[in-house]
Design a protein around this ligand. Structure first.
Ligand code: CTP
Length: 398
């Protein structure tokens, strides 16, 4: 997504400036063109030689040397985005009040592109009312602020004020500016979380699904432009991503009803919920007392949502299911692909470390209708969602 993007990285005098070396590397590796402007104070923390070598462009520091004048207007107009990382307290105050005593500030004031800042300072400076006011001023100019992290600070103290990690900055920029809207105008249906099958008013049959994987998929689809209906079983996850309509359900039957209602209007359906396979035949109206020596709860099969959608599926729809297995993984995944008439099955094996319920990471293999089998590395669930949606897009436009 950063391919051929023009990034102007502005570095100020802060101990966190060492992270801008890594940020430069990540940007270049991702295909961006990077130019760097620094304040004179930043030179004490990182070497312009290192940065010019990594960015493959001369680093600009001074408004002029005795012979020539640096064109700050040109730099600010060249860039698709200006990232100030790290942003020191001093430069933040100057930007907020329009001071212009170095090349970085002159570039900022004449930049026509969006500006993103990643502040870095000690905790007490970060919480000072002057800093709060200055940040508010920057935001009122339309600049975006990447939140600081909490951790060890240069002062030896522990608290708020650490500059966001380079990977976090990359992700922030990607999400806010460079997301590919390849699903604009499309509609998607996603199920996530467990279902709870009530035994009586206080007890239920459930499972350990957290809903994180399904939510990550719903968010990725929405960021790429799809209008998403998320059918969410009982789960504590929630989302702030625009474009997702959440329908909260409890039971497999409620999830089934919601899905059947939405499916005809969807281009894409991703069934990532861990739906209970069995439900009690009857639900006691009152709490069951422990008077008897034993208790038998008769269960009946729930309706298979994925399979039902598979029967109704049109040629122009992409239907994705999940398989969570403990043995004969590939065989079961392929079997689910055909028995449920899905276009794609995402397999996660409980044998893989860091995969499955509750984790923030997942390790998947995708099985496609064409016979294609794609194994992936263990990754954060957001990146796994990105990989899955890439395959869906590929299938949708094939
Ligand atoms: N699924 C569903 N409705 C159900 C049960 C499962 O839509 N009542 C979907 C899940 O959301 C998942 C896929 O079917 O996408 C696979 O679910 P899984 O429970 O692993 O497979 P089952 O078909 O139930 O088979 P088994 O439990 O025997 O492995």
């Amino acid at each position: 997504m950063f391919q051929d993007k023009k990034i102007l990285l502005a570095i100020t005098g802060s101990i966190a400036a060492y992270k801008s070396i890594l940020l430069t590397r990540l940007l270049i590796k991702a295909g961006a063109e990077v130019k760097i402007v620094m304040t004179p104070a930043a030179r004490d923390f990182v070497s312009p030689l290192t940065l010019s070598t990594l960015s493959r462009n001369p680093v600009v520091i001074d408004l002029s040397n005795n012979e020539s004048w640096s064109n700050h207007v040109q730099l600010g107009r060249w860039a698709d985005i200006m990232i100030v990382a790290p942003l020191s307290c001093n430069t933040m105050a100057k930007m907020a009040h329009g001071l212009c005593d170095n090349m970085l500030l002159a570039t900022y004031l004449s930049a026509t592109c969006p500006v993103v800042v990643a502040p870095a300072m000690d905790e007490d400076m970060w919480h000072h009312p002057a800093t709060r006011n200055n940040l508010q001023l920057l935001e009122s100019y339309g600049n975006k602020v990447i939140p600081v992290g909490r951790g060890d600070l240069a002062s030896g103290l522990y608290g708020d004020g650490r500059m966001a990690e380079p990977e976090t900055i990359m992700q922030f920029i990607q999400e806010h500016y460079f997301i590919n809207q390849d699903l604009a105008g499309r509609k998607a249906l996603v199920t996530a979380g467990p279902t709870y099958e009530p035994i009586d008013p206080v007890r239920f049959i459930g499972n350990h699904s957290s809903g994180k994987m399904g939510l990550a998929i719903a968010e990725e689809l929405a960021r790429r432009g799809a209008a998403v209906q998320l059918i969410l079983g009982p789960s504590s996850v929630n989302t702030t991503v625009a474009g997702i309509k959440v329908h909260k359900v409890q039971t497999a039957q409620q999830m089934f009803d919601a899905c059947l209602q939405e499916f005809a209007g969807a281009d894409i359906a991703v069934m990532s919920a861990a739906v209970a396979d069995f439900t009690p035949v009857t639900t006691n109206a009152e709490k069951i007392k422990k008077t008897a020596g034993s208790l038998t709860v008769e269960l009946t099969k729930t309706r298979d949502i994925l399979k039902s959608l598979g029967k109704e599926k049109r040629q122009d729809q992409v239907l994705v299911g999940f398989a969570l297995e403990t043995n004969n993984e590939k065989e079961f995944a392929r079997e689910k692909l055909s028995s449920k008439n899905a276009d794609m099955i995402v397999l996660n094996s409980l044998n893989d470390e860091g995969a499955g319920f509750g984790y923030d990471t997942n390790k998947i293999t995708i099985f496609e209708r064409s016979g294609l089998e794609l194994p992936y590395e263990r990754k954060p669930k957001q990146q796994v969602a990105h990989d899955i949606v890439d395959r869906i897009v590929n299938m949708l436009y094939a």
